[in-house]
Design a protein around this ligand. Structure first.
Ligand code: PBG
Length: 323
């Protein structure tokens, strides 16, 4: 049979497939999340997020030693405090769990790029991302608190803050207080497009951040919307975001691609906890090859247009030399 075009010629063996590969992952693409709790010598594994644990600062430092050795160059820090209250005031305590961790990490690794999640849900006793009044999440009062949280992280030495609360106007407010206090070099990686998603389940276990009433649909985005995602991004870019996050990643690759094609801003895909656990569990039940399935989904995020990937799989990826 005479066929002029035979695409299979370019898939013949590994070498030619590698030569043809349009999308490649590198170590530098990844940000590793890290969960810090108060106390000493504590490490708590979380069943719903296999292989990931939360650690007291001393143990976390050993983890940081390890991941720096592996070539991770950026971390996203989450704190889980011992005491919670109605407005999440331990989130801006200058001796709080995250602030202490920032100081320790930056002291040992000044060149490691350190990013902190700025939100209240792990710090409030009701588990919502903002101040609550009559069961309503109040936007502007939350902004004042988020601003204090961001400043306290900047004072501790963070490189970039990542507001994940989805309140209106928070990027602008955080940018202005950072600039006002001389932290113009501290960047903002905004969770600009964060959908009210079912894929955050395991995160809420590890971060102890499940709302005790209602859900997050009055502040996180409706997953039926894509045009609205572009409006959210435009707002955050105008307000001063340096990088934007699309979250979750897997069910939202169309959104990543649309942003990539229309707005000139670096995009980070958040490969969230549910996406990670789903593949891990399927793998451990023999339903698919775990590592290859991880690679396939991570490549998909980059192919869609993300230049940065936040993933719980980062450490394993590097430890096993998968890239
Ligand atoms: C806090 C926050 C959440 C995640 C990151 N920051 C959860 C939520 O909004 O309920 C999810 C991360 C993940 O699932 O891996 N607002």
């Amino acid at each position: 049979m005479i066929l002029k075009r035979r695409p299979r010629r370019l898939r013949k063996n590994n070498a030619i497939r590698n030569l043809m590969a349009e999308t490649k992952l590198t170590r530098e693409d990844f940000i590793m999340p890290l969960f810090v709790i108060e106390g000493e010598n504590k490490q708590e594994a979380i069943k719903s997020l296999p292989g990931i644990s939360r650690m007291s600062p001393d143990v976390a430092m050993k983890e940081v030693d390890e991941i720096v050795q592996l070539g991770v160059q950026a971390l996203l820090l989450f704190g889980i405090p011992e005491t919670k209250d109605v407005q999440g005031s331990s989130a801006y305590d200058s001796n709080g769990v995250v602030q202490e961790a920032i100081k320790r990490i930056k002291d040992r690794y000044p060149d490691l790029f350190l990013i902190t999640d700025v939100c209240l849900c792990s710090y409030t006793d009701h588990g919502h991302c903002g101040v609550v009044q009559d069961k309503v999440i109040v936007n502007d009062r939350t902004l004042d608190i988020l601003a204090r949280v961001a400043i306290s992280h900047a004072q501790a030495g963070v490189d970039m803050v990542a507001p994940s609360d989805m309140m209106d106007g928070r990027v602008g407010v955080i940018r202005s207080v950072l600039d006002r206090d001389g932290y113009e070099h501290v960047g903002i990686m905004s969770y600009a497009v964060k959908f009210a998603s079912n894929f955050y389940g395991p995160f809420r276990d590890i971060a102890d951040a499940t709302p005790i009433f209602g859900d997050r649909k009055s502040y996180q985005m409706d997953y039926r919307n894509a045009d609205e995602a572009l409006r959210e991004i435009n707002l955050d870019v105008e307000e001063g975001a340096d990088i934007i996050i699309v979250k979750p990643a897997l069910a939202y690759l169309d959104i990543i691609r649309r942003i990539k094609d229309t707005i000139n801003i670096p995009i980070a895909a958040y490969n969230v906890s549910g996406e990670y656990s789903m593949i891990d569990l399927a793998g451990s039940h023999g339903l698919m090859k775990r590592e290859e399935a991880f690679m396939e989904t991570l490549i998909a995020m980059k192919r869609a247009g993300a230049s940065i990937i936040i993933s719980y799989f980062t450490k394993e990826l590097l430890r096993k030399d998968l890239i």
